[in-house]
Design a protein around this ligand. Structure first.
Ligand code: KG4
Ligand code: ZN
Length: 378
């Protein structure tokens, strides 16, 4: 079957066409129109601006996605759309477009949870055999969760952040370090630069007076809830510790809160921030995988694009739990996109009973955008 999916929950207007046969997926097109530059000026996503851009972009992106896939509406068997969670003005553009198409083309319409999409981005590349139980570490701008899946489309949240999501903490820490929005890639790039400088040959000489240390500025950020005995997380404390570190530095160097910070300082804090976040995420994920007997660990959500997290989680699993399979989506499917929504729709549709499928035929009438949508099992 051919699935056309629409995603507009935040600041990307995305449409994709995938074909699916017995849950073997093949992406026919995947168009993402990003609004990052527009929102960067404001240091974060402005919901009404996002909605205005989605309105402008949705039809051209739809047309491009169908064109790239060499399909017309006659070839589409199912329409899928992100129903929530997300910014309501943004979600409304995608759901209303999807409802209009479903009505006009007389197609079934399935509303999907955004995080279910991120999880199923892992099935776009099917080279790895993912056995249940599966433990998904979901790390995005709005979510940080450990989700246990005993079968397809069945979700049990065994732990989650008690305050900021990881991506949100990256974005806030970046802002404190005067790095541009979105903060995740900016922190990651700064941390990587410092790591490269530390590992350079000249830095290895012990008599080098300018030797760089990973612990420069005596910086040690906290690892919150590492030993909490549950699988919950907290990231606002790390962000506050970054704030205190920056304020202390400004005071010691007579800087105002607007003055630029030296590159070296920014890189050291970025690296330690990333180390702290990565350590907590990996240790808790491995502990949970052990307790729940996971056969597969998945990484999902925008922060899964972080190379340090991808690499260190892969290494930790290989050395500590070699029997466990590790899966992470290809880079192009880590950040928000519509192929992941189509992938989730395929698995959900194939698991539905005939009665449930009949209800989807009325999707144009029943699918409603919901900014706080809860992920439901099938
Ligand atoms: O999943 P996503 O695209 O949108 C939401 O569903 O929220 O995730 C966006 C988040 C942002 O907070 C962004 O800073 C973060 O993912 N992010 C990263 C990286 N790339 C994006 N965080 C760390 N390292 C990255 N390379
Ligand atoms: Zn997302």
């Amino acid at each position: 079957m051919n699935i056309l999916a629409i995603e507009t929950s935040c600041d990307e207007t995305a449409v994709s066409v995938i074909s699916s046969k017995n849950d073997v997926l093949s992406v026919q097109s995947n168009i993402v129109s990003s609004q990052v530059e527009l929102h960067a000026k404001w240091g974060g996503v402005v919901p009404n601006l996002a909605a205005r851009e989605h309105t402008k972009n949705i039809l051209p992106v739809l047309s491009e996605a169908l064109g790239d896939a060499k399909k017309t509406h006659k070839d589409i068997d199912l329409i899928a759309v992100t129903q929530g969670p997300g910014l309501i003005p943004a979600l409304l553009i995608g759901t209303n477009a999807a409802k209009s198409l479903a009505y006009a083309w007389q197609k079934p319409l399935l509303g999907l949870h955004h995080i279910e999409g991120h999880i199923y981005a892992n099935w776009i590349d099917q080279s790895k055999n993912k056995q249940f139980p599966i433990l998904a570490l979901v790390v995005s701008g709005g979510h940080t969760q450990l989700v246990l899946m005993k079968e397809h489309c069945h979700y049990e949240i065994i732990g989650q952040t008690q305050d900021d999501a990881v991506g949100e903490a990256f974005d806030k820490a970046a802002r404190l370090l005067r790095l541009p929005y979105p903060g995740g890639p900016a922190i990651s790039a700064a941390a990587e630069k410092y790591e490269k400088r530390i590992s350079k040959k000249e830095n290895e000489a012990t008599d080098n007076p300018n030797k760089l240390s990973p612990n420069a500025y005596d910086l040690k950020l906290p690892r919150p809830m590492l030993h909490s005995g549950d699988y919950n997380f907290s990231f606002s404390g790390i962000k506050t510790a970054v704030l205190y570190t920056v304020r202390k530095y400004e005071k010691e160097h007579n800087l105002t809160t607007k003055d630029p910070l030296p590159e070296n300082f920014v890189q050291v804090v970025a690296l330690e921030f990333q180390n702290a976040v990565t350590e907590v995420l990996i240790k808790k994920t491995l502990r949970a995988a052990q307790e729940y007997g996971a056969q597969t660990i998945l990484l999902a959500g925008g922060v899964s694009a972080n190379i340090q997290l991808r690499d260190e989680l892969a290494t930790a699993i290989r050395t500590e739990m070699p029997a466990v399979t590790f899966s992470v989506p290809p880079f192009e499917y880590c950040l928000d996109n519509a192929a992941m929504i189509a992938a989730a729709a395929s698995f959900r549709w194939n698991k539905m009973t005939d009665t449930q499928k009949k209800e989807v035929n009325n999707g144009w009438l029943t699918v409603l955008a919901d900014s706080n949508l809860k992920m439901t099992s099938l």
